[in-house]
Design a protein around this ligand. Sequence first.
Ligand code: SF4
Length: 282
Amino acid sequence: MKIPVSMLSSYLYCSRKLFLERVLMLEEPPKESLVLGSIRHETYDKINKKEEEIITSITGRMELSEIQALYRQRYLQMLRKSIANNKKRLENANIGMMYAYKKSFSFIAEESEMRASHVFSFIEANDVFGRELWQKLTPKILSELRLDSSILRLKGVIDQVHVYEDDYVPFELKTGRTPQDGVWPSHRIQIAAYSLLLQEHFKKPVKEGFVVYLDTKEKRHIAINPFMEEEISQLVDEIAALLEKKELPDYCENKNKCVKCGLRQTCYNEEEVNKLLKVKII
Ligand code: SF4
């Protein structure tokens, strides 16, 4: 069995919640942050797939403001498409399309400026355009990269991989609260697991990764160390045992998590949980 990397972070967050979702098949009601987060993900994915087209269209010297306008126009077009694609999900979460656009606009506009500035500086330094510019430009960004490994017993989709000449750097894009320092433990584990998958797939050591906290626009660094492989392997064992044994774990210790949890009502309703356990397990 291959464990999805997202399950590692869910397990660390609350093993009981993972059990309720994966064994008792309960679903959290759609949350605004989750729906807007997936719209941003989808937009970044579309953008990355269009990057070659944008860059090869730069066939001669342009002002920074012109490149920025080119990027901005394409990026916002992608955002509008993603919002339209998610119309049903937005309706289910009671979110208007205009509201979703306003909430996502600044992230996407800023990203477009950042990438445009990077391309402008690269052109200034290397004096290349069109296809040659695309071939020489680093980093290139692979988006939503799907990898799996029987050796690691893991599978997952990496939000972004920045590809340099000899380096692969995983990036995770996260909505929600930003920790004061560093990254949340579950995000650290996710990056570690993706690094292992990348290492195995591309046969190159991965030395670092990043978590981008979209709401505060902060990019946090994670150094990959050799002990992480053991840590991940232990977690995979624990999750496999949890799913196999089908024993409901105890409530999580941090009650703040319960306050925000969409499964709270069922989770604390012993009678209902017992009923579900009987139906799903016995
Ligand atoms: S209510 Fe608390 S213990 Fe129950 S699943 Fe949610 S976070 Fe876990």
